[in-house]
Design a protein around this ligand. Structure first.
Ligand code: AMP
Length: 294
């Protein structure tokens, strides 16, 4: 399955992608995570992306597209992928289209996660990420005991929760503005291609997962051939050889054909005899009686 999760920052794309990744065994490809990793390791790409990310702007298309091309060509993406946070503008969507055509891996669906603006702000300000395993929590919706009861998958100890530097109030406002201006037009872009599915992404994480599952289930059902569908039957190649010809004569169709052939032959014989009789009469010398009569 090849899908894009589309939605504003804080709509739950990351959380739902991670859950989907474990269920479907296909990689989550998050451009935000890839860029954060590049910034953390101080690579050339990371240095170029850092300022834009801190200010809540989009990173240059060329950098993001280069990263995506490299990632989708990796072997694990051949079974499918979940794109999270990409594409984010029309140019990226068109480039993705061309890339997937070249790889012969077209998208199956684009799922848009719908969340009210006030709820987005509430979610982003409560978002915390474990610095070691990368799991995302929300301190305003998950009770502290629940977070503490779960061991970190990397260290086995408690999660070390940190707030993303771009989750502060000023940057969040700019990210939401950029979403409205640059990313929202993708809804129509994908709707026009018949790929868009919209789900209500408010409520608990489990409720949203359930709605996402239902949308994907409906998608799988509509793309699978219907049960009892009347697919044209393949014609069996005609059998050849004397044995096949004898067998064909014994079938009801073969017998009917033979009877028709016999009838046609008998009719032909009758026509020939009649014609011969008429021709014979014409050739016979005129009777002397006839001559006398004349
Ligand atoms: P995210 O984790 O998806 O919210 O992304 C965090 C930041 O990374 C964004 O605010 C952008 O600065 C940058 N970013 C992520 N994905 C893209 C993208 N597809 N195009 C441009 N910038 C991106």
């Amino acid at each position: 399955m090849r899908i894009v999760l589309l939605g504003a920052p804080g709509s739950g794309k990351g959380t739902q992608s991670q859950r989907l990744m474990h269920r479907e065994h296909i990689p989550q490809v998050s451009t935000g995570d890839l860029l954060r990793a590049a910034v953390a390791c101080g690579s050339k790409l990371g240095l170029k992306a850092k300022a834009a990310m801190e200010e809540g702007r989009l990173v240059e298309d060329a950098l993001v597209l280069g990263m995506i091309r490299e990632r989708l060509r990796k072997p694990d993406a051949r079974r499918g992928f979940i794109l999270d946070g990409f594409p984010r503008n029309l140019l990226q969507a068109q480039s993705l289209d061309r890339l997937l055509k070249k790889l012969r891996q077209p998208l199956d669906a684009v799922v848009q996660l719908e969340v009210d603006y006030a709820e987005l702000v509430r979610r982003i300000s409560g978002r915390r990420t474990c610095a070691d395993c990368g799991r995302v929590f929300n301190v305003s919706t998950s009770p502290a005991q629940l977070i503490e009861s779960e061991p970190c998958q990397s260290t086995g100890g408690c999660h070390r929760l940190i707030q993303r530097p771009d989750d502060n109030e000023a940057t969040v406002a700019e990210r939401l503005r950029v979403y409205e201006e640059k990313t929202r037009p993708l809804i129509e872009f994908y709707r026009a291609r018949g790929l868009l599915r919209v789900i209500n992404a408010e409520g608990s994480v489990e409720e949203v997962t359930e709605r996402l599952e239902q949308a994907l289930h409906a998608l799988r059902r509509s793309s699978a051939p219907a049960r009892g569908s009347t697919r044209p039957k393949a014609r069996r190649p005609a059998a050849r050889g004397p044995a096949a010809r004898r067998a064909a004569k014994r079938t009801p169709r073969g017998k009917a054909k033979r009877a028709a052939r016999v009838t046609r032959a008998a009719a032909a014989v009758r026509v020939t005899r009649t014609a011969a009789r008429r021709a014979g009469r014409r050739r016979r010398p005129a009777s002397p009686r006839g001559r006398v009569r004349r």
